[in-house]
Design a protein around this ligand. Structure first.
Ligand code: OOG
Ligand code: NI
Length: 451
């Protein structure tokens, strides 16, 4: 029977596209970046028919053009907990814990994203969501003042709150309610020129940390960037200046590889935007920027350890070409072919039955060895895309948009338990999610015990 409720996948797709339309209006450079990315993606697909075929076969091509992530920052536990309920309606759940305080950014974060294969293929939209850690403001009276300013605002519209309650009572939203829900949710992420504070307060918070002013001084939690997914980040980075966009110096994350791993990212610098203070003073605020990403295969815990170790060995340079060269040399130690990644259990794959495999289930039942089954053409394997974020890269992105005056805050300590308390729920472990999906894909092929 067809449900009378609009599906979470369709709500998420509607929300992602509404966010993109709003951000294109607010930050025209984002629209330019989107065009550049889709042009480069089309070129890559035209030059690489095998890749195109693989993406088509795995249902991944359709998600590429709608694929993006965004980032927001909230000020209080109550805001974060309410966001969790809003995002759950759209099939986005908190995955992973990121502690940015080590890198001098007074926040900790999670990513709200879809969890299973079908939802990810339908629309993988994710939001990197950070909670400000007011306890890291070292002036107690300013800390108190910031808490009061935050307590006085409601970043959700009354109708948004009503529709969330309605969803909880009914178990879903009708078509008509869904049409209302998306624009209501959008209001939370809209940019406001008008701040909630006078210029003096803004300046005092800014002097503590740029990010604190960004979170505390506005009536909502404006989306600070949206990030399309490219198939060739080096090429987009190289073409950005021609399109009138200045990229950040370094592409974050792993180097270019045959089998791309995890996530590579670059961004353009935050814009200076006009704002009005409560005391009618005019000023500017820098927070919103653009970013692109290239996603590769998700790594197992073992693969991730190797990645983290190699990344630590390489220090960050200021010249991208030199940096990528050095990174490439160091990452020679990371196997770069699908078979080794599988056999050494460094990365996750999705397995599928081939025509032949479908005709010969008894051979699979008897065999149960992945490499043998692959060699015999009974099953196929494709890289499972990394759906999450990288704390070191995220810190680099934050910092490039905060200016060089960022102070390191050594007093910051990782506090997943505090974050989960604020969120009102546990965050899911990303590695466990990839493991489950790989196991389920093998089970669908009839491989239940690995040999
Ligand atoms: C989030 C920065 C992190 C990413 O892609 O790693 C991020 C922020 O600036 O709020 O978006
Ligand atoms: Ni980002």
């Amino acid at each position: 029977m067809e449900s009378r409720w609009v599906s979470a996948d369709s709500l998420r797709a509607g929300f992602a596209s509404a966010m993109s339309a709003m951000y294109q209006q607010e930050v025209p450079q984002y629209g330019t970046l989107l065009k550049l990315v889709s042009q480069v993606n089309a070129e890559v697909l035209a030059q690489n028919p095998a890749l195109k075929q693989q993406l088509e076969r795995d249902n991944e091509l359709s998600r590429l053009s709608v694929e993006r992530h965004g980032a927001i920052r909230v000020g209080t536990a109550a805001e974060l907990a309410m966001l969790r309920q809003v995002f759950a309606i759209m099939g986005m759940y908190p995955v992973g814990y990121y502690d940015l305080s080590q890198a001098g950014v007074p926040v900790h974060s999670t990513a709200f994203r879809p969890l299973d294969d079908d939802a990810l293929n339908a629309n993988p939209f994710r939001l990197f969501t950070s909670l400000l850690r007011l306890e890291l403001i070292d002036d107690p009276s300013l800390q108190q003042q910031a808490a009061e300013i935050l307590a006085a605002r409601d970043i959700f519209t009354p109708r948004c709150r009503e529709l969330v309650s309605l969803h909880q009572q009914q178990g879903g939203l009708t078509e008509q309610q869904a049409e209302e829900f998306i624009p209501q949710v959008l209001e939370t992420f809209r940019w406001h020129q008008q701040t909630t504070v006078d210029q003096g307060t803004y300046q005092a918070l800014l002097d503590q940390h740029r990010l604190i002013a960004d979170v505390v001084c506005f009536p909502g939690c404006h989306i600070n960037h949206l990030t399309p997914r490219t198939l060739d980040i080096d090429r987009v980075q190289a073409l950005m200046p021609d399109a009138g966009i200045t990229p950040k110096a370094i592409i974050e994350g792993p180097p270019r590889r045959e089998v791309p791993i995890l996530l590579r990212q670059t961004s353009f610098k935050a814009l200076d935007e006009a704002v009005r203070f409560r005391d009618a003073q005019q000023g500017t605020h820098t927070a919103r920027f653009g970013e692109i990403e290239q996603r590769g295969i998700a790594l197992t815990a073992k693969g991730r350890e190797l990645y983290d170790r190699l990344l630590q060995e390489s220090e960050t340079g200021t010249d991208n070409r030199v940096h990528q060269q050095k990174l490439g040399d160091i990452f020679q130690a990371f196997p770069d072919d699908a078979k080794t990644l599988r056999v050494q259990q460094l990365a996750w794959f999705t397995f599928r039955l081939s025509e032949k495999g479908r005709a010969l289930p008894e051979q699979i039942a008897a065999q149960q060895n992945i490499e043998t089954l692959l060699d015999a053409g009974l099953i196929s394997a494709t890289p499972m895309i990394y759906e999450d974020f990288l704390p070191v890269s995220a810190a680099g992105i934050f910092q490039s948009n905060l200016g060089s005056e960022t102070k390191a805050r050594s007093q910051g300590h990782s506090s997943k338990a505090e974050f989960e308390k604020a969120l009102g729920a546990a965050v899911q472990d990303e590695i466990a999610l990839y493991a489950q999906r790989q196991k389920a894909s093998l089970a669908r092929c009839g491989v239940t015990q690995m040999r």
